[in-house]
Design a protein around this ligand. Sequence first.
Ligand code: G3I
Length: 358
Amino acid sequence: MTTVIPVFVFVAATLMLSSFERYGNKNFGVQGNPKGLKDYYINFFPIGVAIAPNNLEGDQAELIKQNFNSLTAENVMKPALIHPEENRYSWENAERIVKFAQENGMKVRGHTLCWHNQTAAWMFKDSLGNQVSRDLALARLKDHIITVVSHFKGKVYAWDVLNEAVVDDKAIDKIFRESNWYRICGEEYIPKVFQWAHEADPDAILFYNDYNTEDPVKRDKIYNLLKRLLEQHVPVHGVGLQGHWNINGPSERNIREAIEKFSSLGLKVQITELDVSVITSGADTVKTYTPEREQKQADFYKMAFGVFREKKNVITGVTFWNVSDRRSWLDRPDRKSFPLLFDVNLKPKKAFTEVVRF
Ligand code: G3I
């Protein structure tokens, strides 16, 4: 007994010290251990975060500098925000993000050039207020892409050129989302958006970006589309798996298979919008962040990052969608989803510990 107690005290003190050494006072966002997520992953891939310009102030800015080495604009580079009127581009907010990235040695991913959502209504209306012709739609899309990509040439290293163009429908012969772009232009706009982006910045890495990419049916539709584009020598270089997941799925197997399948085309893979909600469906009635859900979330993140590390030869970036549980796009007035690695006080969560423990 007399020898057991000192040994126990010694082991406990050593464990406490080493955990203090790793995590400081556990207050990552503000002070403490200078080692952030990006440092743990320095030999794997950049770790990014999607932000709004107002995240670049105060404690959130400190957390971002400490943990991330890549930024994505959550909204302000999207067509409706950066090109609100035909003859007016609005660069200021996007430029703030680019400037912050440059000052802090971070990369910038551009998001996004062509999407069915957050595109201003004027793009699809002619001077009489009628739906634009196919030719006018393509001319406007070209002007938009060339102008935006040229503006950020040399500052934005990768672009989500085309976002969510494939439909979720289980029917295997239904491939394209019935977006305005598809209805007005047909399939023809798809190779063109990549060609225009490439023309404007030949050094930019060009991505197709989508969600539910782990679902085998949607995965294969996207795979077939990308295969055809590559056979036609369309400049597409990577595929973005958004990674809007929850604690129940997708499975490890489906994540791994999606990465393997897309990379078999010679494409790079990025996880572009990662979050793991503790709410598992619209019908989920649990509104609080229970210890059980917190643990399941930590286990899920551990599994996912295990796969990412295993696939580090093809994964060239992992980006979280929002900074902390203080604000997520998933939040509703009556419900929070707690999907990120930092809590509402910007403290690292159990999931953080699992992501950096390897
Ligand atoms: O800009 C207005 C603001 O003026 C107004 O006061 C406020 C009131 O609600 O709304 C603001 O616009 C909101 C915008 O985010 C900026 O906060 C829109 O209502 C809201 O719909 C919009 O949501 C964004 C969503 O895309 C739009 O579909 C989310 O922030 C953004 O996280 C989300 O991101 C998408 C990716 O781009 C693509 N993949 C899916 C992902 C999640 O939906």
